[in-house]
Design a protein around this ligand. Structure first.
Ligand code: R5P
Length: 282
């Protein structure tokens, strides 16, 4: 039985449709003191907990769902984390900092037999779990909502580390070149600058693809640079459309044609589901 976290109800429904598994009707409550409660139906045999940890409350809810599933009799608990929060804090960048993703992974491991997480920032984050954990690659899904008439398309990643995502989208789209920007981020101010690749963009349709759009600083810089260089249409595409604060406005004012994302984080731009990619591994 699929047991959705409150922030992953569409993803869980899509996963139920892809797998044929029953979708459990979880109830979510919050007490007057702010504490929360997730209640699962009685009699669960094999549980698939599906919860993106988009907030600290979502982390707590995921742990409660795992525990409630065992209480309801589940002999096996598989945990699907469509978007794993804290995954980018995968090392102590300065003295005194925690490795937050490791701390989260350890907590999640206590209540499950297996973990699947979609396109983590680094696949190595799966090594932090104390149970078998696998990344699920959903980037090819991003090709599906793109216009069929892209003109001489160029698929770019905002930095070299994400070029495999641009390549996956290009391969699934079936046409076009790939390249990447050089990116610098000032960790004190949060400001991002991107240096264009040598690939010619004038008059071409460009798709910039990345694992996540968080504040939108990276993508809006890339869109601005591409428009300055007279690209035709500039699309941005990401697996995890976090779109914190004014990210969407930043992208729109930079001149983006359209923003696409998956449903690992449920937003208005979640045009395609990553659930079929997870279903293949369940
Ligand atoms: C970083 O390496 C990631 O792949 C993303 O490029 C980054 O996290 C996006 O963050 P933001 O939207 O805040 O620029």
């Amino acid at each position: 039985m699929i047991l959705p976290g409150s922030a992953s109800q569409s993803f869980a429904a899509a996963l139920a449709a892809s797998t044929g598994h029953e979708l459990g009707r979880v109830e979510y409550e919050r007490f007057p003191d702010g504490e929360q409660m997730a209640r699962v139906p009685a009699d669960v045999d094999r549980a698939v907990v599906v919860a993106s940890t988009v907030s600290d409350a979502a982390h707590v809810e995921l742990l409660q769902l795992q525990d409630a599933a065992r209480e309801a009799g589940a002999s096996e608990v598989v945990t699907v984390i469509p978007y794993m929060g804290y995954a980018r804090q995968d090392r102590a960048f300065k003295a005194g900092q925690p490795v937050s993703s490791r701390a989260m992974a350890r907590a999640v491991s206590t209540g499950t037999d297996r973990v699947l997480t979609v396109t983590p920032h680094e696949g190595a984050v799966c090594d932090f779990f104390d149970v078998p954990a696998e990344p699920v690659e959903a980037a090819p899904r991003l090709a599906e909502p793109l216009p069929a008439d892209l003109d001489d398309p160029l698929f770019l990643s905002p930095d070299e580390g994400a070029v495999d995502i641009a390549e996956s989208v290009r391969d699934a789209y079936g046409a076009g070149e790939t390249d990447y920007f050089e990116k610098d981020r000032d960790y004190d101010t949060g400001e991002v600058s991107v240096t264009p690749s040598d690939a010619p963009v004038e008059g071409r349709d460009v798709v910039v693809a990345d694992d996540i759009i968080a504040t939108g600083s990276t993508m809006s810089e890339a869109v601005g640079v591409l428009n300055d260089r007279d690209a035709a249409r500039v699309y941005v595409s990401c697996v995890h459309p976090m779109l914190a604060e004014n990210a969407l406005t930043k992208l729109q004012t930079a001149g983006v044609e359209r923003v696409y994302g998956t449903d690992t984080i449920e937003r208005a731009v979640s045009d395609v589901s990553a659930a079929p990619a997870v279903a293949e591994l369940l």
